[in-house]
Design a protein around this ligand. Sequence first.
Ligand code: ASP
Ligand code: MG
Length: 409
Amino acid sequence: MRNIIVQKYGGSSVTNTERIQNIAGRIIKYKRRGYRMVVVVSALGDTTDELIKLSRSITKVPSEREHDMLVSTGEQVSVALLAMAIHKLGEEAISFTGAQVGIRTDSAYTKARIIDVNADKIEKELAAGKVVIVAGFQGVTTNHDITTLGRGGSDTSAVALAKALNAKECEIYTDVDGIYTADPRIVRSARKLDRISYEEMLELASLGAQVMHPRSIEMASKFKIPLHVRSSFNNKKGTVISGEVKMMEKVLVSSVTVNKEEAKVTICDCPDKPGIAARIFKKIAEENINIDMIIQNISRTKARNTDVSFTVQKDELGKTIKTAKEISRSIGAKGVTFDSNIAKVSVIGIGMRAHAGVAAKMFSALAGKKINIEMISTSEIKISCVIAKKNAEKAVKALHKAFKLGRKK
Ligand code: ASP
Ligand code: MG
């Protein structure tokens, strides 16, 4: 293993120049311990949101190429400022855009995928004793067009660099101490996890835990790169995300999470015959709408009709309702209803693979609080229930308690 450490600092770690100077100090400490440092930085605070707002004030449908051209500028600001802050503390550092260090992507603007990383330039600067600072979230196509990797994509930039450089460690700095058994703002007894597996973290990230870019976990898992998620505001150990850990097998569920960003859409009284589901979801896919859960029951009446419900991201609700109404007409269904006051609560844990009864326990915990379950979906290591949004916090607390996730008193 080489003595290269890749660190990634998220937007909340670089909200202002004081914080930037702060992390400059942290980076230098590592460097003086003999590590060669590669640092990936996100845009300052809410810069990316502000840039997007700016473009929206001109057009709701900007060209995706120009969108990426615009939002990638945020990271260019932070890498330059961080390099200056390191210089001021008397060390050498050099900042680069994604394009400059050869982070090559496909041309799927706004959600580009990294094809490869040319580490030569970084290696050269490291050999010259410099801290290398790379703009996160961005890359470049073979045609030299700037791309971005999707919101929160700096995590993925960091993991790609850690892989390309065969780094010893990849640290992900954020504003919380690590990954918790539940959101500590909801559950006071929530515990920070010392370790979590890639699979569990991927479920968590995909369920909207908003700590990490799901694609970064996929990549870390593929290349077996352990990630250390920790706070840039203190020196505490955070959570290590790695392969399955023995200890985890005793734990049924490792965390509870909630997502309030989805809405439920129902196409009422669809004809119950072959080909209907295919028609519905083909049309939805053509509109580029991402579906999460789907429910369809059998029809038990003479009319042979059945409701088909599914969930989508709230910001796609308008578009989805319009599409669903068209579908409803074309298949002879009886119209469309929707509900945006829902929440999806999930329990996640590798332990449930080998144990029965997790679902029953989850449903009883919800029943105990008189919370109605509207939809259910499961994977090998996760169970999710859609419930009314007003019960979300109550549900998370009840589940956290039922699975004994809290701090031992
Ligand atoms: N600045 C980008 C965003 O806010 C990328 C990132 O933070 O990782 O989405
Ligand atoms: Mg950000």
